[in-house]
Design a protein around this ligand. Structure first.
Ligand code: NAD
Length: 282
């Protein structure tokens, strides 16, 4: 099936990046949010992102105007009724996403595909809330979307080949690199990355080395562009803890237990860059 139009639910950090990626590739995008202010902010963010491309001569002024022209915004979910692919990028909350999935399932055309950008919720569970589980799939974009190439394409138990093929094709069409993954807690990137960060917190807690020494060791020894603790500060200690809890709960395996120091720092409100204090002070 050919996907011609895109709808996005949730115009936050991820939603506006996803909208930009599709609009730049020529797709009309309808971006919705419950908060009108978020929609205004999203359009400003997209405009700023495109302006940087114009300055670097990767986009002409006329092209920028036509990209912006392809992004329409609304607070009325019902306006999404005719899109071919709906990408849900609303707040990470199971009850909220189940409600959105039920509402959009009732409204969309029978052959429309519903994708979720969730980082941690089971695609099979979201699919079960709809009458079209074969047309539900995960599209896990990475932040910042316009820059990051990877999209994890998550197949739920019921996802059809037809749905997978259409989503895989459009992901390539917008210049991204899809990787096919079975639905499972943390998918692949978070499954590998978050335990590594968590282990760095254990190393710090056990006094193996200081935060700077741990980060330097991983940068110099593994060629990582940023150390695990600095990365944790960037992502947010609360987000890291939430992913570890998803892995721990999902697998019931003690190897995913969050480091007690991570838990304590989150309890203390040391969430990383966003609060000015994490493993480093900002
Ligand atoms: P965000 O908080 O920046 O944005 C979420 C948006 O959803 C907000 O604008 C909010 O107003 C809107 N929203 C809430 N309820 C809604 C509803 N009922 N209908 C429409 N809009 C609604 O969050 P984000 O960081 O963009 O994350 C969105 C999704 O992407 C989450 O599922 C998250 O797990 C996933 N994700 C985030 C990242 C990241 O680095 N931030 C990376 C990959 C995936």
């Amino acid at each position: 099936m050919e996907i011609r139009s895109i709808g996005i639910v949730g115009a936050g950090t991820m939603g506006n990046g996803i909208a930009q990626a599709f609009a730049v590739s020529g797709y009309p995008v309808l971006l919705t949010d419950v908060a009108a202010a978020q929609l205004d902010r999203a359009v400003k963010t997209i405009d700023g992102g495109l302006e940087r491309l114009v300055k670097r001569e990767k986009l002409s002024v006329a092209e920028k105007a036509s990209v912006i022209g392809r992004v329409r915004t609304t607070t009325d979910l019902n306006e999404l009724a005719n899109v071919d692919l709906l990408i849900e990028a609303a707040t990470e909350n199971l009850a909220l996403k189940l409600d959105i999935f039920k509402r959009i399932d009732a409204m969309l055309n029978a052959d429309a595909i519903i994708a979720s950008n969730t980082s941690s919720i089971s695609i099979s569970r979201l699919a079960a809330a709809t009458s079209r589980p074969d047309k539900v799939i995960g599209m896990h974009f990475f932040n910042p979307v316009p820059v990051m190439q990877l999209v994890e394409i998550i197949r739920g138990l019921a996802t059809s080949d037809r749905t997978f093929n259409a989503v895989d094709a459009i992901t390539r069409q917008i210049g991204k690199a899809p990787v096919k993954i079975k639905n499972s807690p943390g998918f692949v990137v978070n499954r590998l990355l978050c335990p590594m960060i968590n282990e760095a917190v254990f190393a710090l807690q056990e006094g193996l080395a200081t935060a700077t020494e741990i980060d330097d060791a991983m940068k110099l020894g593994c060629n990582h562009p940023i150390g695990p603790l600095a990365l944790c500060d960037l992502v947010g200690l609360d987000v890291e803890l939430a992913v570890m809890n998803v892995l721990f709960d999902g697998f019931k395996d003690s190897k995913y237990r969050p480091a007690p120091l991570l838990v304590e720092m989150v309890e203390a409100g040391y969430l990383g860059r966003k609060t000015g204090r994490g493993f480093y002070t900002y």
